[in-house]
Design a protein. Structure first.
Ligand code: SF4
Length: 253
């Protein structure tokens, strides 16, 4: 390895000749361009698979879908939000999460489908999985159930592509989510699951920035009664209070 930053004036003529000979063929170091922190943010233009331009967006909540919605909107893709999350417990939490999402959709003028809250079926499907950890088989069931219904709605209502805001959260396993998405779509010949990675290009950070800007309700657990139980147990073990539903909102700082 040749040190390209040495002071050549300190070398003898012989050393200089050796040095320049050794340097031949070595590409000069590229200077790293510093990012301008004040440069305006330019969004990547997104395109749907197979040249489509109509999308059904399954939304889990306002904080996760805020950045996703703004990215899709900026790319001029026609889309509708599909809110189907029967996993959320209790009802008070469900209604707050849904209302926050409706408020943001109305701000952008995006159609919003308020689907069922059929908790009975969710609990039926969760039987025997009550003590599974997050990211385990209960979560696969939970994504499957929500995506099956989203895919069915997309198929019945002329949406050639569907996706979900679930994958933007760093708490989730993207491969697990995508597996459920592909599985739901493969039942229909005319439907594609779009596995776009919403976290890339600073998406995760913008998700937080938008949540702060919009003062969204800040949910403190994933959603189901079991995740509420486990989060509370963890909080108590670390000397914190239990979650108080409906009290925490993002603030600007
Ligand atoms: S932890 Fe979250 S993803 Fe898993 S089952 Fe509960 S609500 Fe669904």
């Amino acid at each position: 390895m040749i040190d390209q930053n040495i002071d050549v004036s300190t070398l003898t003529n012989e050393q200089k000749a050796e040095y320049f000979k050794a340097l031949k063929g070595i590409k000069p170091k590229k200077r790293k361009q510093k990012k301008d922190p004040n440069a305006p943010f330019v969004r990547e233009k997104l395109t749907l698979p197979d040249g489509h331009n109509k999308l059904l967006l399954h939304s889990c909540c306002a904080p996760c879908s805020g950045e996703v919605m703004e990215a899709i909107f900026a790319s001029r893709i026609e889309f509708t939000i599909y809110f189907y999350n029967p996993n959320i417990h209790p009802l008070k939490e469900y209604l707050i999460r849904k209302e926050e999402n409706i408020r943001f959709a109305q701000k952008w003028g995006i159609p919003f489908i308020d689907a069922d809250y059929d908790r009975k079926e969710w609990f039926e499907r969760a039987k025997g999985m009550e003590y599974e950890p997050e990211r385990g088989i209960r979560c696969t069931m939970c994504f499957d159930m929500r995506f099956e219904r989203a895919a069915e709605y997309a198929h019945n209502n002329g949406f050639p592509v569907f996706t979900s805001s679930l994958g933007i959260s760093r708490w989730k396993d993207m491969n697990q989510i995508n597996g459920c998405g592909y599985r739901a779509a493969e039942k229909y010949d005319d439907l594609i699951y779009w596995d776009y990675n919403w976290r890339k290009g600073g998406g995760s950070k913008r998700m937080i920035d938008i949540s702060k800007r919009e003062r969204f309700y800040q949910q403190e657990y994933c959603g189901c009664v079991y995740s509420l139980r486990d989060t509370n147990a963890h909080r108590i073990a670390s000397g914190r209070n239990k979650i108080e539903i409906g009290t925490l909102y993002y603030s600007a700082d």
